[in-house]
Design a protein around this ligand. Structure first.
Ligand code: ADP
Ligand code: MG
Length: 257
């Protein structure tokens, strides 16, 4: 009997999780263990930041947890769905309907207006926007009069607001961001972080954000720390100072080990 990927499991309140997740790139001389048996859960309506030194596996963890990349061993769940049991088409649908993504480089389509970019995930799925939800998301990111502008006519901060709205438009349970403020100045970055926090507080979404910035991480409810592909620590109610201290310890450990 094959496992039913949609069967409910006793993990209520968990938006996504990994169990003993490992990811190996290459083989022989070029073999890199990017993730080494990482088990982590992201609770519903919680904002989690993933931190750690450059190259420690943050992006790999996010990509595997979001179903954007395959795993070498271990498992990943989005809600109660075990990704390893899904075929390509089911996986594509899950990513489309239940997960939102925000990237450092905005990744907007230059020929579409802001509004067309925001509703693109729905257009691709052949669905009409839920007007009320769309209005809420658009008013949250405050693009007001710029909805018919193209990305080239918007500042970086405004482009990332479009990307935040696009990530939310399908009403996904969970939104993943890989360094979403990495290309923004501190003021535009603070705005985007505020929207991510509102997505959790006001819209009830779950947000998981990779960052190397302690100030960005302090917007989260919880920070998980990676070093060398392993989950090494966790902090609730982070402040920039406490996060910075922990990062220094990890850096020292990385240099002396
Ligand atoms: N596509 C890939 N092919 C080979 N190695 C990779 C690939 N992607 C990432 N890596 C390696 O995996 C490790 C983790 O990378 P990454 O997840 O991008 O780290 P981070 O986001 O924390 O900087 C690094 O050693 C990196 O060089
Ligand atoms: Mg990265």
């Amino acid at each position: 009997m094959t496992a039913d990927p949609f069967s409910p499991r006793p993990t209520p309140g968990i938006a996504a999780s990994t169990t003993e997740l490992s990811k190996v790139y290459g083989s022989g001389d070029t073999r890199v263990v990017a993730l080494d048996r990482v088990s982590v859960s992201f609770r519903e309506a919680e904002f989690t930041a993933i931190m750690g030194p450059s190259g420690c596996g943050k992006s790999t963890l996010m990509h595997c947890a979001a179903g954007l990349d395959s795993v070498s061993s271990g498992s990943v769940r989005i809600g109660t769905t075990e990704l390893g049991t899904l075929g390509d088409r089911q996986l594509t649908e899950l990513r489309r309907d239940r997960v939102g993504f925000i990237f450092q480089a905005f990744n907007l389509l230059p020929t579409l207006t802001a509004l067309e970019n925001i509703t693109l995930p729905l257009s691709i799925a052949g669905r009409r926007p839920d007007r009320e939800w769309l209005d809420r998301v658009v008013s949250m990111v405050g693009l007001g009069g710029r909805l018919d502008h193209r990305p080239g006519q918007l500042s970086g901060g405004q482009q990332q607001r479009v990307a935040v709205a696009r990530a939310l438009v399908t009403r996904p349970g969970i939104v993943f961001g890989d360094e979403p403020t990495g290309n923004l100045d501190s003021r535009a970055g603070a705005e985007v972080l505020g929207f991510l926090r509102d997505s959790v507080r006001e819209l009830g979404r779950t947000v998981v954000m990779v960052t190397h910035d302690p100030v960005a991480a302090s917007y989260a409810d919880r920070v998980v720390f990676l070093a060398d592909g392993r989950l090494v620590d966790e902090m609730v109610h982070p402040t920039p100072d406490r996060v910075l201290d922990r990062m220094k310890q990890l850096d020292t450990r990385a240099r002396t080990s």
